[in-house]
Design a binder for this molecule. Sequence first.
Ligand code: GRF
Length: 190
Amino acid sequence: MNSKKHIAIFASGNGSNAEKLMQYFQHHPSIKIELVICNNPNALVLEKAKTKQVESILISKAELKTSDKLFPVLEQHQINFIVLAGFLLQIPSWLTQKYQHHIINIHPSLLPKFGGKGMFGRFVHEAVIAAHETESGITIHFVNEKYDDGEIIFQGNCKVDKNETIESLANKIQQLEHLYLPKIIEQIIV
Ligand code: GRF
């Protein structure tokens, strides 16, 4: 009997976090990365999923709005848990309701600071530096219908140095994300 928990990763872009998750859970006794859901046919994450032999499904913005296409896929793959790792579309309420406390997001700032619509990637780091923040970090949180708003599960910090650039800060944040996201998922699920 296969009793592993099945995770679907939702990602729209590079997929470096998705790749780390696929590596970390590759031989895990109780967690399997079962699917990658992506809304961008040119996203690098699709290549990464292919390399790791994880099935990927493309979904359009319009298709995400109703459960018609995606829900049967999630059921067929027996998805227990959803991880948003750089997924840029808003999660509709039909999905948050079906997966209450079973969808998490990772955000590259210390929420509630520097979150919300349009706050992703380098825009976040640019805003952090422009605001002369002395620290930044990552937030892993449960997902509700609003952007970057659900209950916070974990935050990890880093210093923002005086001569920090968007690139150097992005680097620090990415290291934190890659270190903590797999471990936090493991803690929540197992
Ligand atoms: C990460 O910074 C994550 O916090 C945010 O989107 C980015 C995804 O990066 N939600 P990658 O595609 O995993 O490299």
